[in-house]
Design a protein. Sequence first.
Lengths: 318, 174
Amino acid sequence: MSEETTLRFACFGGRCGVYVEGDAAETARQAAGRARSSMLLWHRIFTRFSAASELSRLNADPREAVPASALMARLAATAREAAELTDGLVDATLAGELSRAGYAADLPPALPLRLALALAPRRGAAGASPARGWELLNGDEAARVVCRPPGLALDSGGLAKGMLADELASTLGAHRSFAIDCAGDLALGGAGGLAREVEVESPFDGTVLHRFSRRDGGVATSGIGRRSWLGADGRPRHHLLDPATGMPAFTGVVQATALAPTATLAEIHAKAAVLSGPAGAPGRLPWGGVLVFDDGSHRVLEAEPAAEQVASAAMRAG
Amino acid sequence: MSARPGAPDGCLGARELARAKREAMARRARRIRVWVAAATVSLFIAAFLVVYVQLASGHDPALVASAERRAAGSSGTSAAAAAARKQASERERREEQEAARSRESEAGATAAGSDEESESSSSAESESSAEPSTSTESSTAAEPSSGRESESGSSTGEPEAESSGPSGLRTSQS
């Protein structure tokens, strides 16, 4: 049995990691180094906070059809699919609203979650944007073009992290075991079929709420505790917006961890669960997960049998 | 105020005298009320401005205290605090193990890219979550072939050690 190569580094506004065990066409060390370099490069492409990034240039481009890299086109297509899958609840076209809410640059340390919840407005489930801008968004990876009305800004957000974790996972499958951690969005797998323990962290105090054992697939956590700040009006703000209002969503669910066949799907379902509120959230986690509520309680959800079958089929299909 | 009929010129009658005294007392009471109200309002505005300026300039003592508590692994006495401390120490221990493994195995690894940021193989996770941050960290393990990253680990081709299996991961809000 060989040693696992582990790289941990700052990227995507958080802590990322690459874990590879077992040599394949390239050694585990080479594969881990390549994955790390890719993540750092992709960070520079997808950040909103640099005017020179491809995403910022795309958002500022006055043309309707903008030539883009294949990955950017895939992000646009993924954003469209995410909105379709959640009927507009997971909407990646709210970059303008996010900037107006105050998330236009690096954030100071997050507000303590309990304080933010105490200052927050009444709870309510989020809804789709009446403008439904995402319906006008298209990404063609083959043609390398992104189409959208000028002014409709795309936010990479968690979707890019999930998508990039999957992209790297697709190149590491021949290794005995691997894991990609894109700032909390995880893609797991490996030819050895080894199980890996995944801990779910409490947004209140960092304690471990639950442990999953996973051989492959994706795990993602979304919530309102990590990126939050105080608005000029004294009200708390965070980065998960209610598309219906363009304002931060306080739904009663403060964090959702989703299991899914891919990290992208896990990210979409985790975000949809937070935005759906306590009543709708369990239905958003068909492959299982963990929900954390305003009062600090949490609920562990098992996979629905039908979803298990879908996941198995997806895994068999590679 | 006029002299009372029948009273000596220039002298006030008892009634006028009493009224004058009452009016003087009322004026004094009014003056004191106004002064107290003004002082209260001024004090409130001053205190509000101090707090507002402090918060607006990003120096919220509650946030600082919270960050210090987190950094110190929390010094509270509650069960939750104890659990958090235990968890933090477990994580530190695990990351130290990761660091040791990584230092051994990282030397000689080659990167496909040419980024200049050093990679971390462990160290306690920082709380900073600034979006574009790609900060350099301690405990670096570089890829010598890239020629652009510093190296601190051994570069000898030692045989790889046995491992007990894939390391655990933690998912938190992205």
